[in-house]
Design a protein around this ligand. Structure first.
Ligand code: SKM
Length: 286
């Protein structure tokens, strides 16, 4: 049977094995999928051992996505922009290692297909400029919003991310801008349809220097946290307590959709994601 793993440190929390086993069951595919804890200083060796064992593919999670992109022999365009990979296709001990990033596609699918949001022409505010934001940016721009503002504690980091994506933004007619988090309240901004928390820690209340969230958001706007379950709750509670009609959503759908995209890359067919998301929600109780 073909074997796949998710590599990270820590990794015990990962829901990927359950998701991929459910996909395999729904599509009648025979495969095994396990967790793999890599030593923090030993990612290259871990990957080499997996290639030698004939593992067919990996998902990569924190903190190895950047290293995975660097070690791969072929990186797709999204990996090059994000400088991070979450999906590898392995081809034996000597064969090429192909790297993909499905996080952003997963986010866009969850927003459009599951949450029913229209991204074309929308105004988006993205909080954070680290790995999670970088992975999401290209697919968000390709969805054709009117504008996308990246706000980060360090404005320089947001600027660097925006600069790397400037050509893609221009190609899709998106106004792409970077600013410092604590400038948000004093900067004239369009009314946002979508606010995404892509910061590493769940931000809330005092940690978020936004005094007037309703001013920032269009009626019926969606506040989205890329994390899921308990980790997403502080931000989502804060957002929904700031004004009437602010909708919230955690990143569980993104997790399932990025996995579906990885599965399609490995197996050549797209699994249904709705029943898998429903089962996972029930397990997590969120
Ligand atoms: O990008 C994904 C990754 O593919 C798997 C994962 C997990 O198993 O928790 C989380 C995200 O980083």
């Amino acid at each position: 049977q073909d074997a796949y793993v998710v590599i990270g440190n820590p990794i015990a929390h990962s829901r990927s094995p359950a998701i991929h086993r459910h996909f395999a069951q729904l599509t009648g595919q025979r495969l095994v999928y396990a967790r793999c804890l890599s030593p923090l200083q030993g990612f290259a060796q871990t990957l080499q051992a997996l290639r030698q064992h004939g593992i067919k593919g990996c998902n990569i999670t924190v903190p190895f996505k950047h290293q995975a992109a660097q070690l791969a022999s072929h990186c797709d365009a999204r990996v090059q922009l994000a400088q991070a990979a979450n999906t590898l296709v392995l081809n034996g001990p000597q064969g090429p290692v192909q790297a993909f990033n499905t996080d952003g596609i997963g986010l866009v699918r969850d927003l459009c297909d599951n949450a029913g949001l229209r991204l074309t022409g929308a105004h988006i505010l993205l909080l954070g400029a680290g790995g999670a934001a970088a992975g999401a940016l290209a697919p968000l721009l390709q969805a054709g919003p009117a504008s996308l503002h990246i706000a980060n504690r360090s404005a320089e980091r947001a600027q660097a991310l925006a600069q790397r994506h400037a050509a893609l933004a221009a190609e899709h007619g998106v106004q792409l801008q970077a600013l410092a988090l604590d400038e948000i309240d004093h900067t004239p901004l369009p009314a946002m349809q979508l606010l995404i928390n892509a910061t590493a820690s769940s931000l809330q209340g005092a940690a978020l220097p936004i005094q007037n969230l309703p001013r920032l958001l269009a009626p019926g706007a969606l506040a989205y946290d890329m994390m899921y379950g308990a980790a997403a709750q502080p931000f989502l509670h804060w957002a929904s307590s700031q004004g009437q009609g602010i909708r919230t959503r955690d990143g569980l759908g993104m997790l399932v959709e990025q996995a579906a995209e990885s599965f399609a890359l490995w197996r050549g067919l797209r699994p249904p994601s709705a029943p898998v998301l429903a089962a996972l929600r029930q397990q997590i109780g969120a």
